[in-house]
Design a protein around this ligand. Structure first.
Ligand SMILES: NC(=O)c1ccc[n+]([C@@H]2O[C@H](COP(=O)([O-])OP(=O)(O)OC[C@H]3O[C@@H](n4cnc5c(N)ncnc54)[C@H](OP(=O)(O)O)[C@@H]3O)[C@@H](O)[C@H]2O)c1
Length: 336
């Protein structure tokens, strides 16, 4: 079942940076980031318990509680419970994403993709988000980047736990849609091949961006589109580096990535194109994609994002990107 009718437009605010992903953000700045998006007409907000151990949800809940609940769409995630016990954030094992959210809250994080934990996680999120309902629930990260070779074990716990619990909640009308929220192509690819109740959408982060889209094109996008399972693109700026930030895959970007970005920037400069515009419009050009959700921790960013959506990009820019093999031959492009 598609989520296109549920989503208010093709852009939402990604809430990971509001959990102090890279830096400690004052509460006022986080609040202003959400209200700036609201004032610009954005009505889809994504967050997760993991983002700062509850901090992003608390901040979004606080900011969104001033608006009528029927006027916005809210997604959060399950698969990790925030406990009352505290831990040293530096001691957490986040696989490839080590160090992320070190500036967030110190609540201990328990990974659990079972049905019981899914229901508990939703209850906890509702409290932090100051609301009585969620619209979309993503199963968060049962994938290689967090679990290495044992990711399939976690995926299987989710398959027999969270998948079924969320299908039931959707069938009962408690939530409107569910899916996986992941940074890897393989979990959605595997999900589509399963003889199990299917999700409504996938939140695919970092794998359908200007910098990285070939595997998703090969293995996921067409299949998802054919099965009417939408893709919401997270990390459209590859976690910042495409927008002028320093991060790629939630770590400091390597010289090789900076070189790749420099090539894109050089072509963008030649055709007077903003790389942010190219990044957002590229993600949205794939027919499987229902929305993009750029993240930010500063009130000014959403205005940039909305301007980027509207910017006119000459076809010659895309021709040159293709000629230099910076976009895949088979990638749908926003050409006019
Ligand atoms: N597994 C999952 O389900 C999953 C994984 C990843 C992401 N997501 C979702 O997708 C959302 C988006 O991904 P993301 O936030 O990780 O990455 P992103 O949207 O690719 O990039 C966000 C970063 O870009 C930076 N940025 C934007 N404009 C900039 C500018 N003009 N100059 C410098 N930096 C700029 C922002 O910096 P500032 O903070 O300074 O504004 C922010 O840190 C997340 O917030 C989350 O909701 C889900």
């Amino acid at each position: 079942m598609s989520i296109r009718k549920l989503l208010p437009g093709n852009i939402g605010l990604g809430g990971a940076p509001l959990g102090n992903m890279y830096r400690a953000i004052p509460d006022e700045e986080a609040h202003a980031t959400v209200t700036a998006a609201w004032d610009l007409g954005v009505r889809y907000f994504d967050t997760a318990p993991l983002y700062g151990s509850g901090l992003s949800e608390i901040r979004m809940g606080e900011a969104l509680s001033q608006y009528p609940r029927d006027e916005y769409v809210l997604s959060t995630k399950v698969g990790r419970i925030m406990l009352d016990d505290m831990e040293d954030p530096a001691s957490r094992d986040f696989g490839e994403k080590g160090g992320i959210f070190e500036h967030g809250l110190k609540n201990k994080i328990l990974n659990d993709y079972s049905a019981d934990a899914t229901l508990r996680s939703i209850e906890d999120s509702l409290k932090r988000l100051k609301t009585d309902r969620l619209d979309i629930v993503w199963i968060h990260d049962p994938a290689q980047d967090f679990y290495g070779d044992s990711w399939l074990e976690q995926f299987n716990i989710a398959r027999t736990g969270a998948f079924r619990a969320l299908t039931r909640l959707r069938d009962e009308g408690v939530i409107k849609a569910w899916g996986l929220g992941v940074n890897r192509v393989e979990p959605p690819e595997l999900t589509l091949a399963l003889d199990e109740p299917q999700p409504d959408a996938f939140l695919l982060a970092g794998r359908y961006s200007l910098l990285d889209h070939k595997r998703a094109l090969q293995r996921l996008m067409s299949e998802a589109h054919e099965q009417n399972v939408d893709i919401v693109v997270g990390g459209p700026y590859s976690s910042g580096v495409l927008a002028g930030g320093e991060h790629f895959e939630y770590q400091k970007a390597s010289p090789a990535i900076h070189q790749q970005v420099a090539k894109i920037k050089a072509i963008a400069a030649q055709f007077n194109v903003d790389v942010k515009a190219a990044a957002l419009q590229f993600s949205l050009a794939n027919p499987a994609v229902a929305a993009v959700i750029p993240g930010s921790s500063r009130p000014g960013r959403m205005a940039e994002d909305l301007a980027a959506l509207k910017a006119v990009i000459p076809n010659e820019f895309w021709d040159e990107m293709r000629r230099q093999n910076l976009v895949a031959e088979n990638a749908p492009l926003p050409v006019r």
